[in-house]
Design a protein around this ligand. Structure first.
Ligand code: PLP
Length: 375
């Protein structure tokens, strides 16, 4: 393996922030079940409650209506199954955990720029004979394309539909105010912002309720049974503190992502970057190299010490063609030549240059690459 390593797969999972590890270590060493009435239990309860307050206030949510879950996947499943709506409309670019939780759902189309078609949503909702649940993510995990949520919510509420929003990738990269956006249910996950893996949350608007899918004890306001993962909740809250404290990370990520794309464009002027014409998350670049499959690119870059991913379709370690790109009208063969580069809190200029060099080397070795007119 190369001496230099560059981790550019933050949309899959960000490295744990040192402050998070420290906070979690201290909590893990404490005994006590938050449901116990003794001093140990009450201390653990306070830790969970404080963590809940912190996570909720970071995103303008009501702390009394924030349910800790085992991650974004569980929060999406809880929202889709527990909101009490049998008619469900989900965008075609949602994460697998939304699509699989509502296999019969009506799919809201997206355009070639990766943006949900709000006129189509309005028409689809008008055809339903009972109030629906609409699920549209805040920003896409593969392309980074930011969705027109204000419009989605206004249309959905006009039809008495509830809106669930998967904000997993937006957290830490966009300012989120659930209350002013009037989102009814919102999914979060800690490990995309440098918190621990295995914890997330479903935040409910003050007037929205959910039916528990995990039943047993009365934890989480009877919305999710099971002893709470106190250390992970504390870690999630600490990661939220860190993103607030380091708001300048957003500008830094944007600068580095733009620098990466500029370095590529200097040599590969007609490079295809999916969703670049839309508002995008500051940290994400989904790009295509004609003539090389996603898998070969990921492996070649890995050999050069660079970690990227072949879109989101590698959750089982198996690379399949991206449903996000195909929903945008990209042909399956072009989708199979795409990779996702995603940056985060610890990314350096050096890593960006390393990745750009390695990608350009691959590009220059590729027979089918689009030639510049001067070549
Ligand atoms: N939603 C989106 C948009 C994601 O990108 C992910 C993770 O890749 C998830 C949900 C699932 O979150 P978790 O890994 O916490 O289950």
């Amino acid at each position: 393996m190369n001496d230099q390593t560059s981790y550019l797969d933050y949309n899959a999972s960000a490295p744990l922030r040192p402050a998070v590890a420290e906070a979690m270590k201290n909590t893990m060493l404490l005994a006590g079940n938050p449901s116990s009435v003794h001093t140990y239990g009450r201390f653990a309860r306070k830790q969970i409650d404080d963590a809940r307050d912190l996570v909720a206030t970071t995103v303008g949510a009501d702390p009394t209506k924030l349910v800790f879950t085992s991650g974004g996947t569980e929060a999406n499943n809880l929202a889709l199954a527990g909101a009490g709506r049998t008619i469900r409309l989900v965008s075609g670019i949602e994460h697998d955990s939304v699509l699989a939780a509502a296999p019969e759902a009506v799919h809201i189309p997206v355009d070639q720029a990766g943006v949900v078609n709000t006129a189509a949503l309005d028409e689809l909702l008008a055809k339903q004979n009972e109030p629906a649940l609409v699920s549209v993510m805040m920003a896409n995990n593969e392309t980074g394309v930011i969705q027109p949520l204000t419009e989605v919510i206004s249309i959905a509420h006009n039809h008495n539909a509830l809106v669930h929003c998967d904000a997993v990738q937006a957290l830490g990269k966009l300012a989120i105010d659930m209350a002013s956006l009037e989102i009814d249910l919102m999914t979060l996950s800690a490990h995309k912002i440098g918190g621990p893996k295995g914890i997330g949350a479903l935040a409910l608007r003050s007037n929205v309720e959910i039916e528990a899918q995990l039943v047993g004890g009365g934890q989480e306001g009877r919305r999710r049974a099971g002893t709470e993962n106190v250390a992970a909740a504390v870690g999630f809250a600490e990661a939220c503190v860190e993103i607030k404290k380091n708001e300048n990370e957003i500008d830094r990520m944007l600068h580095l992502r733009n620098r990466f794309e500029e370095l590529l464009r200097n040599q590969a002027s007609n490079i295809e970057i999916f969703g670049h014409e839309s508002p995008r998350l500051v940290n994400t670049c989904c790009l295509r190299l004609p003539g090389r499959t996603s898998e070969t690119q990921v492996i070649a870059l890995d050999l050069a010490g660079i970690a990227v991913s072949a879109g989101a379709a590698c959750s089982s370690g198996k690379v399949t063609s991206s449903h996000v790109l195909t929903a945008m009208g990209v042909s399956p063969s072009a989708a199979n030549e795409s990779i996702r580069v995603s940056l985060g809190w610890a990314t350096t200029e050096n890593e960006i240059e390393h990745a750009a060099d390695a990608w350009l080397e691959l590009y220059n070795q590729t027979e089918d690459r689009p030639r510049r007119t001067t070549e």
